[in-house]
Design a protein around this ligand. Structure first.
Ligand code: CTP
Ligand code: MG
Length: 236
């Protein structure tokens, strides 16, 4: 198995921007490096991971690449990496990341840089499932809130909570399966919120493994407190 990970760091962080002083959240300084670096370091610690594709906003490309080169020189990531330009929507950034994978790569993890607390154990659970032949695998957690379907301010229905799961990244895929499914997604003009949905649209089975309660996503200003609890640097 030749597995690479795509690290998605091409969003605009609009829900966070004001609290972060206009800095896109993936570039917030933390432990002397931009936040996206933390995901890279964790992924690089996993022996079965062969390389990384960083996806950055086109406007930040050169600066981010230069910083990565410096960090890699100083701290030694220990595996090959390339960069790719992000697109307008997350799914476009994933597509561009897939295009940048080297030919020998046969499996891929798609990870949001906005989840800096992923663990090697979680990555290994995903890789085990891929090694067992899964076409797609996602980390999930049970839902503790009751979830309602609503229209406007009206409740439409209440899905049975035991059947619901909250989904995290990284999500793991057979590379060819994901690439083909993303191409179909583009051809049909479908909007998707995660990559598992790309496979679901194509009728391809996706399996689950246990997610990690620590693997929070940094989305809103109050989420910055999670970085504070974990030695965050000052926000630039
Ligand atoms: N992302 C990306 N390309 C996009 C949009 C999002 O690479 N066009 C990445 C983000 O950088 C983030 C991950 O996808 O790591 C999850 O997206 P989200 O948390 O929504 O981040 P943003 O889109 O940046 O934030 P917001 O929605 O608040 O603008
Ligand atoms: Mg977004």
């Amino acid at each position: 198995m030749q597995c690479w990970s795509i690290i998605l760091a091409a969003g605009s962080g609009s829900r966070m921007a004001q609290a972060a002083g206009g800095v896109k959240k993936q570039f917030i300084r933390w432990n002397g490096a931009p936040l996206f670096w933390q995901s890279a370091v964790t992924l690089a610690r996993v022996a079965r991971l062969h390389g990384l594709v960083f996806v950055f906003p086109p406007s930040d490309m050169e600066e981010a690449r230069a910083e990565l080169e410096d960090l890699d020189r100083l701290r030694g990531l220990g595996l090959p990496w390339v960069v790719a330009e992000g697109g307008e929507r997350r799914q476009d950034s994933v597509y561009n990341g897939l295009m940048a994978l080297p030919e020998q790569c046969d499996t891929v993890l798609v990870h949001d840089a906005a989840r800096p607390f992923l663990s090697p154990a979680l990555v290994n659970r995903l890789l085990d499932a891929l090694q067992d032949g899964a076409g797609g695998v996602i980390p999930v957690l049970p839902v503790t809130d009751t979830i309602k379907v609503v229209t406007g301010t009206h409740v439409v229905s209440t899905p049975v909570r035991d059947t619901l799961r909250a989904v995290q990244t990284p999500q793991g895929f057979n590379r060819a399966t994901l690439s083909t499914a993303h191409q179909a997604c583009r051809a049909h003009g479908w909007q998707v919120t995660d990559d598992a949905l790309v496979l679901e649209q194509a009728g391809i089975p996706v399996v689950t493994v246990a997610g990690d309660p620590q693997n929070h996503k940094i989305t809103h200003p109050e989420d910055l407190a999670m970085l504070g609890n974990r030695e965050r640097d000052t926000v630039d």
